[in-house]
Each structure stands twice: as structure tokens, then as C-alpha cells.
Design a protein around this ligand. Structure first.
Ligand code: GLN
Length: 470
């Protein structure tokens, strides 16, 4: 009840696309019943959770914040959604995002941008000398980051305890950093993608947003494991993710990638990053500078691979099978074209065009194949560093704190999305686990997060270090 009333109170944040009030109340009653009757309880029994609107939910509209899927009601639950429900979680609703999760602001969906709850914090307002204001003021509010901005805002505004995001190039970690919550991208293959509407199949991972690292570990424990409906998931049984309390970090080796010190990095984030490194050092950990020499190619490489997979993925939206269909019927081709023009925004259309260009017969070798080779070099950079004895890498999550919406939309949205993901995209190309943890408030009173990156399938170790740090 409390979470539902907070959802209503914070409606102006635009964090939710659909609020599934009736479903949540019914699930809460059932949970209460289980408790009263002394039945065994699930790991998340009675816990309110929210789900990004690119995960299929049986009987509940799933839009990807796109005209293309407005009104589409899936007949089944994504595996991760089903797993949450099987453990007794209450589904509060579906959260807002950039259209088809393409973006890093949560500003580009058809339901409008998500507002960062920190825009309304007392501290931020006092620093900016703004009068306390109501919910209607339209100036100066900050973006949440994205594309899982709705999920990050939902957790940050206390409307749920955990939310699912998706992470293809940073979409869980980036909004987590901007909204002051924990954002976990698990190892590729640890968590099923079945029912997550794909963006880039070879990089997509369901993400977890929570208020603390222990909560993220609990949810990961519920979600992780083999799924016969996703052939890329692990075969081996997954152990639970109950985190030990680390008291001694002196055996840890923390790597600081020198290529991540980019000129665009804000001085405040940079100084918090070195402060964190010093903290580990003062507690006895070994902190060393390491090199990921192919970092400078990662944005371009991601772009070629992402758009190529997008072009192929988006072919399923043709007006016949799902969602929107225009009423032009002169020919099938004309119907396809008009449906796709009406259904997709310009970011999605732009990526389909780029991707199809890279996949043309005459470009395929030169772009797509080459990018795949570069991807391997980028992934090997991480392998080499971990083989040299480094346990986790410590990096910033974002270039700066959250920026006002009016600033963010000034730049072309394609460049915007690319540059901001510099610290997060390579991790997806390498399939590694990474987590963004809130570190401190900036001078403006806004949260800044730092990222830990771990060895593939060492999610437990990664979270244990993150828990020590938080
Ligand atoms: N910003 C990146 C993109 O637009 C990442 C998106 C994501 O992780 N879903 O491709």
C-alpha cells in the first residue's frame, strides 16, 4: 500500500508506463495468506518489485516505450519475471525507458522523459538556491540516465525495493549511478534473456537495480541459472549469492585502467575515483595501474555491432505479427514501410539504416567482420589484466553527475548516447559482470557512482568487494 501510494505521489517523475495495482494487491494478499498459514515463503515473498517495459509480462502491456508495441500484451512471462513471481515478489508495474532501450538518458521513449528524483531533493535545491517547489515546475529537472531510467527512478523514489533493467551497453549501471542506487549487470549467460525483447542479442543482459548490494545479490540468486529457453545460459548449477562480510581486503588486487582517465571525465568524478582507490590502498589492498589498450576503439566497435544486430532484430516488427499496423494496403511492401515509419522513432530508424549499411554484401567484411575481430581484442584486454592477478577493476560509471534535461537534449541524441557509455560498453562486449555503487554526493548534492568490473562468472566475488565498499 505504501509503495502504491508513493507511485501515485511521484507520478510526475514518469517512472512507470503501467502501474499494475490490482495484480500487486492480489499478489500481496496471497503472500499474506502464505505467511499466516505458515506455508514456506519465497526469497522475495511480499517484496514490491518493478520491471522495465522491455520484459514480456503475461497479460500486462509491454511497449518498449514505442508506438510499434503500444497495446501489445504478451501471452507469457519473461523467464526472469516468472522467477521473481515464483519467489513471491509483487509486481508493481512496468517502467519507462528509451524506445527499445536505445539511449542513455531515458528521454527518448514515446511516453516522455523520466525525471530524476534527485532533482527534487532538498540538498540539490538548496545548492541551486531554488525555492521549494511543487511537482509541476518544468525547469531544471535532471535526467535519470538510461535506458533503464524508469527502473532506477522507481527504486530511488522508494516505490519498490528492486527493479529489473536491461544492460546492453550500460543501461542499468548508468541510471543507477545518476539516481544513487546500485545497478548490477551480471555476467553474460548467467541470467536468461528469454522474454527480454532483444536489442543486441550478443550483449543484452537483464540488470538489477536495488538500494544496496546485498539486495542485488538476493535478486541475482533468484534470477541466475540455466534456462532451456535461452541457449546462451550457463549449464552448471549456480550457487547462491549470499555475500560474506569482507573484513580484510589486504589480499585483493584492484586494477585502475589508465585509458579510462579521459579528458571528458569531470574533475569531481575523477577525484572520487582516486579517493576510492586510496581507500582500498589504505586498507591494505594492492592497487595497480593497468592497461586496456583497445579501449579507444570500443565506442565505434560497439556502434557497428549494435546497429547490425538491431537491423536484424527489428526486422520482426513488420506490422503483421506484433503491435502496430498502419492501414495502407496498396502493397505488402508499402504496408511494411509505413508501419515502420509510424512505429519507430528516429533513433531506432537511424540504427536500422546504419546496421543495414554495415551488413551490405560489399561492407560486411570491412565493417561487421572487422568489428567482431576488434571486439575480441577488447575482450582479451580484460582477460590479460585478470590473468595478471587483478581481482576487480575500479572505474567511474559515468563521465559526470546527472545533467539537466535541457542540457542533455541540446546535443544530437546519437552522439550523446555514444560518448556517455565510454566506461560501460566494453564490459558488454566482453560479457563480464559489473556493478555501479553509489559513492558520494557531488558539490551540487547529486549522487556519483563508481563501477567495479569482475572476471566472467565471478559475480559473487565482484559483489562481495562492492559490498565492502558501499
Ligand atoms: N546507450 C547504449 C545504446 O544506446 C546502451 C543501451 C543499453 O544498454 N540498452 O546502445
Amino acid at each position: 500500500q505504501k509503495c502504491l501510494s508513493l507511485i501515485k505521489k511521484t507520478k510526475f517523475l514518469n517512472a512507470y508506463i503501467t502501474v499494475s495495482e490490482e495484480v500487486a494487491l492480489k499478489q500481496a494478499e496471497e503472500s499474506e495468506e502464505r505467511y499466516k498459514k505458515g506455508h514456506s515463503l519465497g526469497d522475495l515473498d511480499g517484496i514490491p518489485v518493478a520491471v522495465k517495459d522491455n520484459f514480456s509480462t503475461s497479460g500486462i502491456e509491454t511497449t518498449c516505450a514505442s508506438n510499434m508495441l503500444k497495446g501489445y500484451v504478451p501471452p507469457y512471462n519473461a523467464t526472469v519475471v516468472q522467477k521473481l513471481l515464483d519467489q513471491g515478489a509483487l509486481l508493481m508495474g512496468k517502467t519507462n525507458l528509451d524506445e527499445f532501450a536505445m539511449g542513455s538518458g531515458s528521454t527518448d521513449g514515446v511516453f516522455g522523459p523520466v525525471k530524476n528524483p534527485w532533482s527534487y531533493s532538498k540538498q540539490y535545491r538548496e545548492k541551486r538556491k531554488q525555492k521549494p517547489h511543487g511537482e509541476n515546475e518544468e525547469t531544471n529537472w535532471l535526467i535519470t540516465g538510461g535506458s533503464s531510467g524508469g527502473s532506477a527512478a522507481a527504486v530511488s523514489a522508494f516505490t519498490c525495493f528492486a527493479a529489473l533493467g536491461s544492460d546492453t551497453g550500460g543501461s542499468t549501471r548508468n541510471p543507477a549511478a545518476h539516481c544513487g542506487v546500485v545497478g548490477l549487470k551480471p555476467s553474460y549467460g548467467l541470467v536468461s534473456r528469454h522474454g527480454l525483447i532483444p536489442l543486441v542479442n550478443s550483449m543484452d543482459v537483464p540488470g538489477i537495480l536495488t538500494r544496496c548490494v546485498d539486495d542485488a545479490a538476493t535478486v541475482l540468486g533468484v534470477l541466475a541459472g540455466h534456462d532451456c529457453k535461452d541457449s546462451t545460459t550457463v549449464q552448471d548449477p549456480v550457487k547462491s549469492f549470499i555475500l560474506p562480510s569482507l573484513t580484510d581486503v589486504s589480499k585483493l588486487c584492484i586494477g585502475i585502467p589508465k585509458e579510462y582517465l579521459v579528458p571528458e571525465l569531470s574533475s569531481e568524478v575523477q577525484s572520487l575515483w582516486s579517493k576510492a582507490a586510496k581507500l582500498f590502498e589504505s586498507e591494505g589492498a594492492k592497487v595497480i595501474e593497468v592497461s586496456l589498450p583497445h579501449t579507444s576503439y570500443s565506442i565505434v566497435c560497439y556502434h557497428v555491432l549494435c546497429t547490425s544486430e538491431v537491423a536484424s532484430n527489428m526486422a520482426r516488427f513488420d506490422g503483421l505479427e506484433y503491435g502496430h499496423r498502419c492501414d495502407i494496403n496498396v502493397s505488402t511492401e508499402a504496408m511494411y514501410a509505413a508501419t515502420r515509419r509510424e512505429g519507430f522513432n528516429d533513433v531506432v530508424r537511424g540504427r536500422i539504416l546504419s546496421g543495414n549499411f554495415f551488413l551490405l554484401k560489399e561492407n560486411y567484411e570491412n565493417y561487421f567482420i572487422k568489428a567482431q575481430k576488434v571486439r575480441r581484442l577488447i575482450a582479451n584486454d580484460f582477460v590479460n589484466v585478470f590473468n595478471s592477478g587483478v581481482d576487480v577493476l575500479l572505474t567511474p560509471t559515468t563521465l559526470s553527475e546527472a545533467v539537466p534535461y535541457v542540457e542533455f537534449i541540446k546535443e544530437d541524441n546519437r552522439t550523446r548516447s555514444a560518448q556517455g557509455d565510454i566506461f560501460t560498453q566494453a564490459v558488454n562486449m566482453a560479457g563480464l559482470p559489473a556493478v555501479s555503487v553509489p559513492m558520494a554526493l557531488s558539490n551540487q548534492g547529486l549522487p556519483i557512482g563508481l563501477q567495479f568490473i569482475g572476471r566472467a562468472f565471478c559475480d559473487q566475488q565482484l559483489l562481495t568487494v562492492a559490498k565492502w565498499f558501499e
